[in-house]
Design a protein around this ligand. Structure first.
Ligand code: FES
Ligand code: FES
Length: 157
């Protein structure tokens, strides 16, 4: 077993993992962070997306031991003072959630995009979301929600 210590949603976590444990398995099954979904497990669907040092990654492709000393954010970490993040609000308002399986990964990808590009075009949103599949086909609503979130964030800063 390998000892690791990392920051998860603003809190320090110390645990032990097998050398073969993926970040997906650590988060979802060991730490019970259930927003992190198991989909394809080969880096195709984006359901397992988390932010690693602010960048979206497929947690199914990363060994848990590699996150020692690093910073992980899941959708649970977007709440502030029990209030939803503006992206989460916009997803609700634009009905951008159907079954919800893709939603945590899509929201985290959107957050990473809006953090570096607060005013994205539709083409830039589509490009950012190219690694996140929605089996319900809610892409139109998802794009509208991200455009709305961009407006919300700008008016609050
Ligand atoms: S489960 Fe990781 S990309 Fe599909
Ligand atoms: S809302 Fe069902 S997979 Fe996207």
């Amino acid at each position: 077993m390998i000892k690791i210590k990392f920051n998860l949603n603003g809190r320090s976590v110390e645990t032990e993992v097998k050398p073969s444990t993926t970040l997906l398995d650590l988060l979802r099954y060991q730490l019970r962070i259930t927003s992190v979904k198991r989909g394809c497990e080969v880096g195709e669907c984006g359901a397992c997306t988390v932010l690693l040092d602010g960048k979206p990654v497929n947690s199914c492709l990363i060994l848990a031991a590699r996150v020692d000393g690093r910073n992980i954010v899941t959708v649970e970490g977007l709440l502030k003072d029990s209030k939803l993040h503006p992206i989460q609000e916009a997803f609700i308002e634009e009905f951008a959630v159907q079954c919800g399986y893709c939603t945590p990964g899509v929201i985290l990808t959107a957050k990473a995009l809006l953090d570096i590009n607060p005013n994205p075009t539709i083409a830039e949103i589509k490009d950012a979301l190219s690694g996140n599949l929605c089996r319900c086909g809610a892409y139109h609503q998802i794009i509208n929600a991200i455009l709305k979130a961009s407006e919300k964030i700008k008016t609050r800063t």
